[in-house]
Design a protein around this ligand. Structure first.
Ligand SMILES: Nc1nc2c(c(=O)[nH]1)N[C@H]1C(S)=C(S)[C@@H](COP(=O)(O)OP(=O)(O)OC[C@H]3O[C@@H](n4cnc5c(=O)[nH]c(N)nc54)[C@H](O)[C@@H]3O)O[C@H]1N2
Ligand SMILES: Nc1nc2c(c(=O)[nH]1)N[C@H]1C(S)=C(S)[C@@H](COP(=O)(O)OP(=O)(O)OC[C@H]3O[C@@H](n4cnc5c(=O)[nH]c(N)nc54)[C@H](O)[C@@H]3O)O[C@H]1N2
Ligand code: SF4
Ligand SMILES: [Mo]
Length: 761
């Protein structure tokens, strides 16, 4: 309470002291990578690749000696300029760890153990199960559940086998749990998926609007770049909107710790301030924007202004439970800064209003013209290393086809049939089930055979008890391609295939800034592991897919086909030959010719090769038929399950810096495991006092779905009334607590909000 009576200058002084401490702390972030580079085991070669973990997509150099990986360092020529975070710099122990799936395993009967089986038998068994199922129940009885961690070549190939070969669109993957709302936001607002900007914008921005992203823990190397920017130019402003006081918020000028789920009201209110103070940019929106009313019909700026009246700051401050001044300040700083960059992630996407929340971020940029200039951009942070390149761009989701094409569009299907050499009508017009629906269908025996690859859904789906039951369906034949034996999903698998991991095979990852980088093969994998591209080709041939469709010897062959499929589309990366990728440390698409340098900013004349050189305006949103992006009037609604008398608290889930999702990899590294050995529940000190809970004490977190005992971590990180749990711990499986309500547009689950209650254990 000292805070309240402090005068402003003293408060500002203390805050700036705390901020410089925080800035100094993050500046040391990447030192460990260097320590590893100086390993006494001096490598005889360095092989170029990409970090296995987050969507930042840092370039790495893997040091190899006598065929064994011994060191890692950041690639000085990639965007990360030689830096890595701690997790990334500790990848070698994961690569060399003893606990691996090294050969195929089979469960001969439900409930029995997994036992070794030869590759030949495993592939035959799998192929016969799929063939029988298709013959008896039709192609929609089989499915692929992929991942934003698969290589581009793996995702493209699986998509082709299922959609083109089997004739089913039952292809989805974990980006549905992650980036689907961002895809929905970009495609509705701009007509094209993927951010228009790049990481370079960080070095040019003078204001960062970070909403629903704990960048410091989830994208550490990018966070360091943001912090650096502020260190170099102290006038740079940072606004963080997150109901938790995260490490990210420690470098913020304004931390808006609002009530969970009130982002839409906040952003409409910022727009209200911007318009009422004449901080909008009519020259920009007049030329480049269409206004769309809540019914989806064309509207005018005046309609938009009238719509925003319900979001006056005084009212929204009450809805968000924040000081009204924060809304005015945020609106002004956003609009008045020379270049504003928004960064967001799961706090925005994992919501039943995820797509709409994405639209409202874009609204603010379009309204103020803070877009398509260096440093001014609306930049969605991507979670996984290859959600963008592998899944979004190749169209490996149930409603998509490669390079932005849609299953529901007959012209797009015909184009893909032609490109893949298929008879007309081969690709099913029926959109496949999104992730939650896919696993529901498995429970109902509508889907009977599924391949799960490089993802661990028995740990990470929401409402887990429901989906454990579905995955236990005796009719289901579940194949898991999984590198580590402790993944929970293996408990439900009938067949497990052993993949070559990370740099044990070669392939491309496309990170959050449209940058495609190649990981070259550095070492041989252990035991009988195989590159998944080869596994898929073998499986497809045995399952009766026309061998011409899968005429690939290796990942490079697949890449060359996909590269040519992209030609002439708005994703055109046909200039990225394997040869170039071996030499260069990543290239940003569009890249339509072998001498094209790549595109740091889309939709801009003179920079984006897809904007004609003689286009009459500098900016051209060519994704839309009339070249204009949309400002949407999206009404703000609550979460699917808001707290009430019985369950009075908000419950959210989050990541910790040391672990990657289900910790099957990071859990193998003692340094990382020691830092975060087990799950916990974060509780605000005021709530802890109210419930008489002490730090470290065991408490029961209960929702309408389940109850789980966790040690309390009492702090001021969560705002009062909010509790938070990390989801890495396989012994706790906190996803049993969350509900599987999804956004009607993106079908992404609302992992970020549900209602809970708390008691002592
Ligand atoms: N260390 C580490 N890094 C990772 C990953 C990992 O597992 N570990 N995973 C990667 C992946 S796949 C992803 S998707 C990203 C995720 O990256 P982030 O989205 O940054 O990570 P989270 O911790 O899931 O959630 C971010 C924040 O959302 C906030 N939040 C909760 N409710 C709301 C709300 O209503 N509004 C707003 N505005 N914010 C809210 C939470 O308090 C939390 O701080 O991280 C990537 N990077
Ligand atoms: N409560 C809660 N739940 C969430 C979220 C949340 O914020 N809160 N976030 C959601 C999001 S954004 C995401 S992206 C998902 C992530 O969820 P998952 O994808 O299910 O989690 P991972 O642990 O990344 O799973 C990757 C799996 O691949 C295995 N693997 C590693 N390397 C290889 C390889 O080379 N080949 C193969 N075949 N397998 C390999 C790993 O051992 C691991 O089992 O979780 C979602 N679930
Ligand atoms: S920031 Fe992400 S990509 Fe970069 S080293 Fe860390 S985990 Fe790897
Ligand atoms: Mo994610």
């Amino acid at each position: 309470m000292l805070y309240k009576v402090m005068d402003r200058s003293r408060r500002d002084f203390l805050r700036s002291m705390a901020m410089s401490a925080a800035l100094a702390a993050v500046s040391d972030l990447s030192l460990p990578a260097m320590a590893h580079a100086a390993d006494p085991d001096k490598p005889d070669k360095w092989v170029k690749g990409v970090c296995r973990y987050c969507g930042t997509g840092c370039g790495v150099l893997i040091g190899v000696k006598n065929g064994r990986a011994v060191a890692i360092q950041g690639d000085p020529n990639n965007h990360n300029a030689g830096l890595l975070c701690l997790k990334g710099s500790l990848l070698i122990p994961v690569l060399n760890c003893k606990e691996r799936v090294t050969q195929p395993l089979v469960r001969r009967q439900k409930g029995g153990p997994l036992t070794p089986i030869s590759w030949d038998e495993a592939l035959d068994l799998m192929a016969s199960k799929f063939k029988d199922s298709i013959a008896k129940y039709g192609p929609d009885s089989v499915a692929w559940y992929g991942s934003g961690q698969c290589l581009t070549e793996e995702s493209y190939l699986a998509n082709k086998i299922f959609k083109g070969g089997f004739g089913t669109n039952n292809v989805d993957g974990n980006p549905r749990l992650c980036m689907a709302s961002a895809v929905g936001g970009y495609t509705t607002t701009f007509g094209k998926d993927e951010p228009m900007g790049s990481y370079e914008d960080i070095d040019k921005a003078t204001c960062f609007f970070i909403i629903g992203s704990n960048t410091s823990e989830a994208h550490p190397v990018l966070f360091r770049r943001v912090a650096r920017r502020k260190q170099v130019e102290p006038g740079v402003k940072i606004i963080v909107a997150d109901p938790r006081r995260t490490n990210t918020s420690r470098i913020a000028d304004i931390h808006i710790a609002f009530r969970p789920g009130t982002d839409l009201a906040l952003m409409h209110s910022m727009a209200w301030v911007i318009i009422h103070e004449e901080l909008d940019n009519p020259r920009f929106w007049n030329r480049h924007v269409n206004f769309i009313n809540p019914e989806g019909q064309p509207a005018t700026f005046e309609d938009y202004k009238a719509f925003l009246e319900q979001y006056r700051p005084e009212k929204v401050a009450e809805i968000c439970q924040i000081p009204v001044q924060q809304i005015y300040d945020a609106g002004r700083i956003f609009a008045e800064s020379a270049a504003t960059m928004s960064l967001w992630c799961m706090g925005i996407n994992q919501r039943v209003q995820g797509v709409f929340a994405n639209n409202l971020i874009h609204n603010l940029h379009l309204l103020t013209g803070q877009i398509c200039r260096p440093g001014a951009t609306s930049f969605s942070l991507t979670g996984q290393p290859n959600a963008c390149g592998g899944v979004r761009d190749t169209g490996s989701l149930a409603h998509l086809l490669p390079a932005g094409r849609q299953v529901a569009n007959p012209k797009h299907r015909a184009e893909m049939e032609q490109l893949w050499g298929l008879p007309q009508g081969r690709i099913s017009p029926k959109v496949g089930p999104h992730t939650v629906a896919l696993f529901e269908a498995l429970g109902r025996s509508e889907i009977r055979c599924v391949i799960i690859c490089e993802t661990n859904p028995a740990h990470t789906l929401p409402n887990l008890n429901k989906f454990h039951k579905a995955m236990s369906n005796p009719d289901a034949f579940i194949v898991s391609i999984e590198a580590f034996p402790d993944a929970v999903t293996l408990q439900f698998a009938d067949l497990v295939l052993a993949p070559a991991f990370w740099c044990e095979r070669d392939g491309v990852y496309g990170c959050g800034e449209r940058r495609y980088s190649l990981t070259e093969k550095a070492v041989d994998g252990p035991g009988q592991v195989r590159p998944t591209v080869n596994t898929l080709v073998e499986f497809a041939k045995r399952a009766g897919v026309d061998p011409k469709l899968v005429n690939f010897k290796n990942a490079e062959d697949v890449w060359n086909e996909w590269r040519m499929v992209s030609k002439g589309t708005t994703y055109d990366f046909s200039g990225m030959t394997r040869e170039r990728l071996r030499k260069e440390s990543g290239i940003l698409w569009p890249c339509p010719s072998e001498d094209h340098p790549g595109t740091p900013m889309r939709f801009v004349r003179g920079v984006d090769p897809l904007v004609p050189a003689n286009h009459p305006t500098r900016v051209f949103f060519y994704g839309k038929p009339d070249g204009r992006a949309c400002i949407f009037m999206r009404p703000a609604k609550g979460a699917a399950e808001e707290p009430d008398q019985d369950y009075p608290l908000y419950l959210t889930s989050m990541r910790v810096i040391d672990h990657w999702h289900t910790a099957t990899m990071t859990g193998k590294v003692p340094e990382l495991l020691k830092a975060n050995p087990a799950a916990f529940v974060e509780i605000n000190s005021a709530d802890a006092a109210k419930y008489n809970i002490k730090h470290g004490e065991m408490v029961i977190v209960e929702t309408r779905r389940d109850a789980i005992a966790l040690p309390a971590r009492v702090s001021d990180i969560c705002r009062p009334g909010l509790i938070a749990v990390p989801f890495f711990d396989a012994k706790k499986l906190v996803n049993k607590l969350f509900l599987d309500a999804t956004d009607p547009g993106s079908r992404e689950p609302e992992y970020k909000i549900c209602a809970a209650r708390l008691r002592k254990a």
